[in-house]
Design a protein around this ligand. Structure first.
Ligand code: HEM
Length: 474
């Protein structure tokens, strides 16, 4: 009898202990497969006060070459990881690509906000036409940003066909990164082929850098930066922000009543990105010795792993509490707050644009709907932020909203059980596959850091001219 009661209690409490156990196991398995690599900062030698000093050190400049960790990122961000701005080694090619990204993202605040508001309004009216809907906030935001970034790249409205390709590509990347699905390269390659056709037709009205040697490199650059990173990051950031608002009705009401109180909304965004930074870890490979004193000595070739959540949890009172009002007394510039990276070492090129368009999109959501949820909220947000949207002018009775919140909570708990096991299995498979393929190591065995084939390698012999000369001017 007692044994049966124990078994029943164990089964019923599965959602409370199994996901956590599986996540811990996943971390151990990944560490085992990847082997010991990297110095995680902050640590005993580099305390949080010296975190940015190390991050911004001129020798912390390598991006891909020499770190097994890079294989994983290249694997998940394929195709074309070798021309993704995030992965390029410093040098003229990186400079040219970074300049191009900045030029494509340029625009006045008014223009960019208006474009984001238009795209959000249209997508919401199309996808949530009724008085209420159960949605996954990340999925709802994907088409918004697909259309927005298509417009920035092509300077024309986004056709439905292209939106479908972009969303399929971005979802595939982020789902595989979260280990909830395997990679589907065919889905991603459909977008590459589309971009190649548009480039060949002369439809891209921006000058793309000659350092991107082939049409395929140029297509991969557009795909990686604008139709993968931009769409994924904006959708994730909005999913976090809207989920926070769904869980905090008081803050949501305040923002809906004062939609143009930018200070209040900025405080909420700062606090959301502090608690749920989109990057868990950003890594750099040192190209010379770094000695900061106090035992912080890192020889050339060290892989430094900058831990965002750990850094964001230092220097605050009650760091685990969600408290947007703390930003009334803090300056984001001087706090331990780097949601867009550090100014001195390759910060996010969208650090100005992203908050602007997030504010515009949030206003559109709050103008139409009240948001409700009962689900958990973690930095990796693998559940894609389930929530109930209810038309503001057609409210539901409170008991129905309470019932839906309860349903969401219970469903979330049980989904978490299956998902955590799935993530363990798929994650392990992909980490092993990335280790087997070693995309970064293989690339740098045949190319220099500027993408030029190394003389004497088969890649060099296969390039036009066949003599190993770099096919683009540099
Ligand atoms: C709220 C949204 C976003 C957040 C929080 C965010 C965050 C970040 C962070 C922390 C980094 C630096 C990582 C490092 O030090 O290695 C970064 C880099 C980058 N981000 Fe974003 N990002 C966002 C949106 C975007 C968008 C919209 C784009 C569009 C193009 C973008 C493109 C990039 C690129 C290309 C890099 C690499 C920069 C380089 O190495 O030069 N991000 N992002």
């Amino acid at each position: 009898m007692l044994r049966r009661a124990g078994a029943a209690a164990l089964a019923l409490t599965v959602p409370y202990w199994l996901p956590r156990t599986v996540v811990a196991l996943r971390v151990k398995v990944f560490a085992r497969i990847n082997g010991p690599e990297g110095v995680v900062v902050p640590n005993a030698e580099v305390d949080p006060e010296r975190f940015t000093e190390l991050y911004e050190h001129p020798a912390a400049s390598g991006r891909s070459k020499g770190a097994a960790l890079s294989d994983l990122f290249w694997y998940w961000l394929s195709p074309g990881p070798e021309v993704h701005q995030e992965h390029l080694e410093p040098g003229p090619r990186y400079d040219a690509v970074a300049r191009t990204t900045t030029a494509i993202l340029a625009g006045t605040s008014a223009e960019l906000s208006a474009a984001a508001a238009r795209r959000t309004a249209e997508v919401l009216d199309e996808l949530v036409p009724g008085e209420a809907a159960l949605v996954r906030l990340r999925d709802l935001m994907m088409p918004v940003w697909a259309e927005f970034f298509y417009e920035l790249v092509f300077r024309e409205p986004c056709p439905a066909y292209a939106r479908g390709l972009i969303v399929a590509n971005a979802e595939d990347v982020i789902n595989s990164l979260k280990n909830t699905r395997l990679r589907h390269m065919r889905r991603r390659e459909r977008l590459t082929r589309y971009l190649l056709r548009r480039l060949a037709a002369g439809d891209v009205p921006h000058a793309l850098p000659p350092e991107l040697a082939s049409a395929r490199d140029r297509a991969h650059y557009l795909q990686g930066t604008f139709f993968n990173t931009a769409v994924v990051q904006m959708s994730e950031a909005m999913a976090h922000l809207l989920l926070v608002l769904a869980a905090e009705p008081g803050i949501q009401r305040r923002l809906a009543e004062h939609p143009y109180d930018d200070r209040d909304l900025s405080n909420v965004m700062n606090e959301t990105l502090r608690l749920y930074p989109l990057f868990g870890i950003a890594h750099r490979i040192t190209d010379a010795d770094i000695d900061l004193g106090g035992g912080a000595h890192y020889p050339a070739g060290t892989v430094l792993c900058f831990d965002y959540p750990a850094y964001h949890a230092t220097g605050y009172t009650d760091p685990g509490t969600f408290d947007p009002d703390r930003w009334n007394h803090l300056s984001a510039k001087h706090a331990h707050h780097i949601p867009f990276g550090v100014a001195g070492n390759r910060p996010c090129p969208a650090w100005r644009l992203a908050p602007l368009i997030m504010r515009a999109a949030t206003r559109e959501v709050l103008a139409r709907f009240t948001l409700h949820t009962g689900v958990s909220h973690t930095r990796s947000i693998p559940h894609r932020a389930p929530a109930l949207l209810v038309r503001r002018d057609r409210p539901l009775p409170p008991y129905r909203i309470a019932a839906v919140r309860l349903l969401l909570r219970v469903r979330d708990r049980w989904e978490d059980v299956g998902r955590s096991v799935l993530q363990l299995v798929l994650g392990t498979w992909m980490v092993l596959d990335a280790r087997r393929q070693r995309p970064t190591e293989r690339w740098f065995a045949a190319h220099d850091t500027q993408g030029c084939p190394l003389t004497g390698t088969s890649t060099a012999r296969e390039t036009p001219g066949g003599d190993g000369r770099c096919p683009y001017p540099h």
